[in-house]
Design a protein around this ligand. Structure first.
Ligand SMILES: N[C@@H](CCC(=O)N[C@@H](CS)C(=O)NCC(=O)O)C(=O)O
Length: 201
């Protein structure tokens, strides 16, 4: 397995995932700020030319949610995803997709300082999106009680990033959830790898 990665980008979420799984993988650096990026070779991995990218068995793909789900399904012993026959699977997929489909556009709305037409916009609007998420994080500790899944990982990562850059309100449920997620040993290992990679330049 190869993870195509660049420090200080969304690829951190997939890096954290790989550290949760604990299987051998190769970290392949992609410099998204270099002239000529994205190369044709990298677009053969991820047609959008964005990180994170992933490759397994010679097949490449992108999109963080796809990478998280693919790896969680490949290693079911990690219990990072309810199995396909589990009735909770649909709700798990809903929350896994919530970051790219709903939290991310809501954060853009906040940054741009406008209010979306909640009825027409796929993510509703900022308050509606955050309200739905806030409701799901209680009572916790995770979206599915005691079972930590990649949906928690992605939501935790998005909340941490969004609150750091002022695009998500620091509501107590969000702060506590992000703190709980970032206290995980795999998160800390990913941070160490990120610091090491950053130091390489
Ligand atoms: N929907 C993608 C977004 C990935 C993304 O936007 N990555 C940015 C870095 S945070 C990137 O690669 N930008 C460089 C580019 O667009 O060429 C995902 O979640 O994986």
């Amino acid at each position: 397995m190869k993870l195509y990665y660049c420090p200080q980008t969304r690829a951190f979420t997939a890096l954290w995932m790989m550290e949760e799984v604990g299987q051998l993988y190769e970290l392949v650096r992609v410099n998204i700020r270099a002239p000529g990026h994205p190369s044709d070779a990298f677009k053969a991995i991820n047609p959008m030319g964005k990180v994170a990218g992933f490759e397994d068995g010679g097949v490449g793909f992108g999109e963080t949610a796809a990478i998280l789900l693919y790896v969680a399904d490949k290693f079911p012993q990690t219990k990072l995803a309810p199995l396909p026959a589990d009735p909770r699977r649909g709700r798990f997929l809903q929350w896994l997709m919530f970051s790219p489909t709903t939290i991310e556009p809501a954060m853009v709305e906040k940054r741009m300082g406008h209010t979306a037409n909640s009825f027409q916009s796929g993510w509703g609007d900022y308050d509606r999106a955050l309200g739905a998420l806030e409701g799901a994080l209680t009572p916790g500790p995770w979206l599915f009680g005691d079972q930590f899944t990649v949906a928690d990982l992605y939501v935790g990562s998005s909340l941490g990033f969004g609150m750091q850059f002022g695009m998500i309100d620091k509501r107590p449920a969000f702060v506590e959830f992000a703190e709980r997620a970032s206290a995980r040993p795999a998160f800390k290992r990913a941070q160490e790898i990120e610091a090491r990679e950053l130091a390489k330049g």
